[in-house]
Write a protein that binds this ligand. Structure first.
Ligand code: SF4
Length: 200
């Protein structure tokens, strides 16, 4: 089966999924968006918020706009060159943290996406995806800005844009300041991988 067919099958399964209670309150499932062929880098957030639930698209609210700015203005990385998704495909009510039960229920879809995309790099945004993938109790402040090998993929944790919206300072050492450092580091790694060009 080719990747496009497999992806559409996955989309259909997610759209009709009722494996956890979030199906009762969602308006739309949010599988993600971006290139699925030759996808070098994936961004994983936590879960859809209100705007994402309304639109069925990932990172389209204020945090999503900030993510686009960080990628494109900070790193010179076109948002459209990355696949963007979340750990959960349905919105938790009031944007509360996902429960372990919900995350476990949704994990098969996350794993299927990563297996089909087989990216070189996964950028985890914030604590939830970082801790879930790396199975660590260490927080994002400790882990951000470093590449960690996980199942043959390089995981690169960064602060979640919604956290940056609550921490406006650009002072040296602030979360925003550190994020500008991180995005340049990510860009340098992507450039190195592009030069090696292991995919073509
Ligand atoms: S969050 Fe995931 S497991 Fe729960 S209903 Fe939505 S798609 Fe299914």
């Amino acid at each position: 089966m080719d990747i496009n067919t497999a992806w559409e099958e996955l989309r259909t399964r997610v759209a009709s999924c009722r494996k956890c209670k979030l199906c009762e309150t969602r308006k739309n499932t949010v599988l993600g968006e971006g290139p699925i062929e030759n996808c070098r880098c994936v961004i994983i957030g936590e879960a859809p918020g209100e705007e994402e639930d309304e639109s069925g698209r990932p990172f389209v609210g204020k945090a999503g706009q900030l993510l686009t700015n960080i990628l494109e203005k900070g790193g010179g990385i076109p948002r459209s060159s990355l696949y963007i998704m979340n750990v959960l495909k349905c919105r938790p009510p009031e944007n509360r943290d996902p429960t372990v039960r919900e995350t476990l229920a949704c994990n098969e879809f996350l794993e299927a996406q990563l297996a089909l995309l087989h990216p070189d790099i996964v950028v985890t945004m914030g604590n939830v995806p970082t801790k879930w993938l790396l199975k660590t109790s260490q927080g994002i402040t400790k882990l951000r800005g470093e590449f960690t090998d996980w199942m043959g993929i390089k995981v690169f944790p960064m602060f979640h844009p919604s956290y940056l919206l609550r921490n406006e300072s650009n002072a040296v050492g602030s979360p925003k300041y550190l994020t500008w450092q991180d995005i340049m580091k990510l860009k340098a790694k992507l450039d190195t991988l592009a030069k090696l060009d292991t995919r073509s």
